[in-house]
Design a protein around this ligand. Structure first.
Ligand code: MN
Length: 363
């Protein structure tokens, strides 16, 4: 994946092997271990948690997965033992406070741990992070990295890929089928089924390993991608009817207002995977999906075809993410966000096309 140098602070783990060794020692020396990932968890965060959880439970560790928001039900097939738990402060804080170590996955922004992160800091639990995102949100920890262990590799196609590498070195036995399913799902969801810019040789080598462990690709595909509900399809229809384009056609965007979402008989939770759809349109170089999650609050999802990074745009809106896939949650009405966002994106498009003068064709 392209490193987005506009995101600050840019930290890279200098010696990954040494970092892994230290992390492994910390894991082995810990008994009670909490695993967590970002709010609104995705296949990568959940798959990573579940794979490491199985490994640690097999080693007899007192290990729990506590997330600040619930996992989408479609990922239930990765969790036959019901290990994914929603963090409940009243019930779980005492357990959290007694942890020897917490491992957080796929986070990017520390604030995206919400209550889990706040309580981990409050109780001074030793933190380890495994991630492939530019690091943000250290404001909430006084500008300093909150991590005793940071395994950060921007070039990794998924956080699950980093765990796959960890297991290859530090787990004597091959991964089990349930671990492989979790890791393969992490890989598939983060690479858009091996389509996105972050898909590299490592992604395919990992896939080979997961298939050797027994994963059937179409089984995963069905469970993850062939689950669209009728209301989601109706919502996609509403979205298609309301896509707008910049004059030069290079920016495609859509606003899903609460009215439009209701018109489809859907809810905000049904908005999923639509930003990639807008990006897939011919000549669109950057796409934006704005969702009115509640009146005065707008979720922005940005995608780029790769001619320019858009994570700095997300950052200007208070968010972050990858160079070509990022987003923000903005406490402003969608009309205002459109007004802020479109000039920022247009400036990026203009910068690229200023060099070539007339439109380059076929790019
Ligand atoms: Mn990821």
């Amino acid at each position: 994946m392209t490193v987005d140098t506009t995101a600050q602070p840019v930290l890279v783990t200098q010696d990954l092997e040494a970092a892994w060794r230290a992390f492994h020692q910390a894991l082995m020396g810990s008994n009670r271990i909490l695993l967590s990932t970002h709010e609104n968890p995705d296949g990568d965060g959940l798959g990573s948690e579940l794979a490491l959880c199985e490994n640690l439970k097999a080693l007899g560790k007192d290990c729990r997965i506590l997330n600040c928001t619930a996992a989408p039900v479609l990922y239930n097939f990765l969790d036959p033992n019901g290990w994914l738990e929603l963090y409940d402060r009243d019930r779980d804080q005492a357990w959290l406070a007694g942890c020897d170590l917490a491992v957080v996955f796929d986070l990017g922004d520390f604030r995206r741990l919400r209550t889990v992160g706040q309580d981990l800091v409050r109780h001074q639990v030793v933190l380890a992070s495994i991630d492939h995102h530019p690091q943000l949100g250290y404001e909430s920890t006084g500008g300093k990295s909150p991590y005793a262990h940071l395994i950060l590799d921007y070039s990794a196609p998924s956080t699950g890929t980093l765990l796959w590498q960890y297991f290859k070195t530090h787990r004597p036995e091959p991964v089990t089928l349930t671990m492989a399913l979790a890791l393969y799902t992490a890989l598939v969801t983060d690479t858009g089924s091996f389509k996105y810019d972050n898909t590299d040789e490592r992604a395919h080598l990992m896939a080979i390993d997961m298939l050797k462990a027994g994963v059937k690709p179409y089984f995963v595909h069905k469970r993850v991608y062939e689950q669209r509900t009728h209301k989601q399809v109706r919502l996609l229809g509403v979205l298609i009817d309301h896509i707008e384009y910049s004059e030069d056609q290079h920016i495609g965007w859509c606003v899903l207002t609460l009215d439009r979402i209701m018109q489809a008989g859907a809810t905000v939770e049904d908005v999923d995977g639509f930003s990639e759809f807008i990006r897939s349109i011919k000549d669109v170089e950057a796409s934006a999906l704005l969702t009115e999650v509640e009146p005065g609050k707008t979720k922005v999802s940005l995608r780029s075809k790769g001619t320019f990074a858009i994570s700095d745009v997300a950052k200007k809106l208070g968010g972050g993410g990858h160079a070509y896939a990022s987003g923000a949650l903005v406490n402003r009405p969608w009309e205002e966000v459109v007004g802020l966002l479109l000039p920022l994106l247009q400036a990026k498009v203009d910068l690229i096309h200023a060099d070539s003068g007339a439109e380059a064709d076929g790019s």
